[in-house]
Design a protein around this ligand. Structure first.
Ligand SMILES: O=C(CO)COP(=O)(O)O
Length: 325
């Protein structure tokens, strides 16, 4: 059902001391590749240094994965709400991306990426990709081909793929490298399998090991997103406890910072995330959220966007949101 909420006041007041958000930022123009004529990421041609440049700041980010829940027709319906919510999010300085099923990628790119001359910073992501550009790989999806249709993000190594399809850290590293090579932002899923809330170090070590495999293959100034999703918190009625998420993400952030990725790598939390969670998280280390089931209702997604903007920029800068009849 389309959201009833729209943003009326599009201009957020920005403190002069606050880093300026770029309303036109997209995964493509963040890499500077949008300007290239024809197709930039041909197989075997690495993007130049300037194309790989990271954005100056880690802009707040919210992603939504539809997994295999919606039919293409349902996704189409969802898209109409997502477009208007994403515009409102962008006006608040929050970047959004939607990861539909593969069958809906082209429609999602048409609706979200090519609209309004890229005025909005909504990206479309794929749920996976292969590490080769093209060839005899039946059933696989090329990152090069994804790029050609306008996809900007690729989710890699989700817990369900690691568990059901036995994807290894090595596979994840190869896929992340292939995605980055084509100017796609890898969204690498990490997180410990077992629940043991008293052992933060164990969760950090487990996740850092998964991160380390991926970052080895992604240039230090290329954008990469890590979705911290404790496996035991996925598909549950409630997320992991906030103190636990804050503590683990502090460890992950410190690893990324020490690896020279202070600005290029973002951390978002996923795993039964919904309204009310981000306000409780430490926004200094956690850049946003990765939403599953609790975003199936677009109004929930919009509420989370607002929470992220409020936490990151302060309630006074939100402008007003009101009901649309
Ligand atoms: O796995 C997730 C997102 O990738 C989280 O899914 P849920 O929010 O439905 O648990």
């Amino acid at each position: 059902m389309p959201s009833k909420l729209i943003m009326r006041k599009l201009k957020r007041k920005v403190d002069p001391g606050e880093p300026r958000l770029k309303p036109m930022e997209t995964p493509h123009n963040q890499h500077g590749t949008q300007k290239k004529s024809g197709f930039a990421g041909s197989p075997g041609i690495e993007l130049s240094q300037s194309e790989q440049m990271a954005p100056p700041k880690r802009t707040p980010l919210i992603g939504m994965s539809l997994k295999m829940y919606f039919t293409p027709a349902q996704t189409n319906q969802y898209l109409s709400s997502f477009v208007s919510i994403s515009r409102a999010a962008n006006a608040l300085g929050v970047t959004t991306f939607l990861i539909p099923d593969f069958l809906s990628l082209a429609a999602a790119c048409t609706a979200l990426v090519t609209t309004e001359n890229q005025r909005y910073t909504t990206g479309v992501g794929a749920q996976d990709c292969f590490w080769e550009d093209s060839g005899a790989y039946t059933g696989e999806i090329s990152p090069w081909h994804l790029r050609e249709i306008g996809v900007g993000y690729v989710e890699i190594g989700h817990a369900e793929r690691r568990r059901i399809f036995h994807e290894s850290d090595d596979d994840v590293a190869k896929k992340a490298a292939a995605a980055a090579k084509h100017g796609l932002v890898p969204v690498v899923c990490i997180g410990e399998v077992d629940r043991n809330e008293s052992d933060i170090d164990c969760a950090v070590q487990f996740s850092v090991k998964q991160m380390a495999a991926a970052v080895r293959s992604v240039p230090v100034d290329s954008q990469v997103v890590f979705a911290y999703e404790p496996v035991w918190a996925i598909g549950q009625p409630a997320p992991a406890p906030t103190a636990y998420i804050n503590a683990v993400c502090a460890g992950l952030r410190s690893y990324l910072d020490s690896d020279g990725r202070k600005n290029s790598a973002r951390i978002i939390y996923g795993g039964s995330a919904g309204p009310g969670l981000f306000s409780e998280l430490y926004s200094g280390t956690i850049d946003g959220m990765f939403i599953g089931r609790f975003g199936h209702d677009p109004e929930n997604f919009e509420i989370i966007v607002r929470e992220i903007a409020s936490k990151k920029f302060g309630e006074q800068n939100l402008g007003c949101i009101e009901s649309k009849e």
